[in-house]
Ligand binder design. Sequence first.
Ligand code: BES
Ligand code: MN
Ligand code: ZN
Length: 499
Amino acid sequence: MADDRKLAFAPFATPAKGVLIMFCEEGLKFGPASRKALAPTGDLVQRAAADDRFTGKSGRGLDIVAPAGLPVARLVILGVGKAGKLKAHDFVKLGGAAMGKVPTSAGEATIFAELVGGALKPDQAAEIALGTQLRAYVFDRYKTKRKEGDEPKASPQITIAVANAAAARKAWEGAHQPVADGVIMARDLINEPANVLYPEEFARRAGALKKVGVAVEVLDVPAMKKLGMNALLGVGLGSRRDSRVVIMRWNGGKKSDAPLAFIGKGVCFDTGGISIKPAAGMEDMKGDMAGAACVVGLIHALAARKAKVNAIGAIGLVENMPDGNAQRPGDIVKTMNGQTIEIINTDAEGRLVLADVLHYVNTKHKPRFMIDLATLTGAIIVALGQEYAGMFSNDDRLCDRLTKAGLATMERVWRMPLGPEYDKMIDSKFADMKNTGGRFGGSITAAQLLARFVDKTPWVHLDIAGTALGSPQNDINKSWSSGWGVRLLNQLVADHYEK
Ligand code: BES
Ligand code: MN
Ligand code: ZN
């Protein structure tokens, strides 16, 4: 990934060709290097801005093709509004917006990383770089034909001009590139079709994390049988593809520190099983492993930037298919911790997978906390739409921290309720519990089932059905899968668990 990325940091200099991108603050105010580079153009920018009523407001841009006085093909000015207010994520977005101004036919683009106050800090320049790389992502590996006007395979060479290029490169390589790679890894996994990415293949790809120093352990079907993971295994019964659980471990902290645990739902395809889903839109269920993909991307990011923390990633990989061997409504399964679940609807499969993985991680690794991510319910999309993920938890402090990390990364979470009145709704006539709680509060009753498998460990469940798939398009994402959660959880770890 890092190899085919064309990204460089260099001192300020007017490029000989391609696209030159500068930022300007409200009132058409530029930084010193930009002013110097624009000197040969006279009042060109002022005249163009007046004609376009461009004043440097945030979100607006000015495109000047073949700017007289400059050797470049195109000069782009991006408004940032009042720069005093800019936070880390604003620079990421600016990088994305800048990349959006680079025509795909352009061979190269140079971004002047400065504001009125002068060159950006190395971290800020690296945040711009992160934005360019997330924006540039396309999943086109299955396109064999290219029409005229289609995006060329080769992406433009991007140069970030900044005062201290070496420090910016160091910030990029040490902190931001690992995150960019993690997000892109997650997006790739989610976009991949289910005939290619089935549990065993997913496990193989997670094995690539060994290259960055992660210990990867794979549980196959006999191993899971031995452990008694019958809820997870029950979901996979109708599939020709064997189920897997993958445990990734990054040890960057002290030996004695309990690990942070991240758990992902990895349903490589969800037909609904015997309670089969309607045909319309079912193709999206190739993305029902987005939680697992996020966990892999996150563990990659933590390991690649050598985070000073111990972290576990655990993913339950299954395929939910209808078949003569598939489990039926009415079936009762016994989970790894000895509780019994009556299957009411085979389409409520994610919670069955997570129940066993949560219990396994909790008892085997005694984590400091557990955070699970799952495209668990359609109901969370009805409740929150696609901007916020649903957050369910037994721990207020962890919720506060995640809420703040969400606002910092704009991967936002909204807390939903849990409680004994909801818990009752999944009591079963025949078993300890049933896997659905009826029409009302569907996301909550799903979370209540998970809560029965986490004991007293601080735990958060993130229902990402709305945020992970068919993601809203924005400055830093043009992909069907956003890779939601990698940046959020990386921020949480960086803010609180590496000291
Ligand atoms: N994977 C789905 C949830 C989902 C729906 C994710 C839409 C992304 C987009 C999950 O396994 C499921 O089918 N949930 C059911 C639960 C119901 C049967 C209780 C649902 O939400 O309808
Ligand atoms: Mn389902
Ligand atoms: Zn599902």
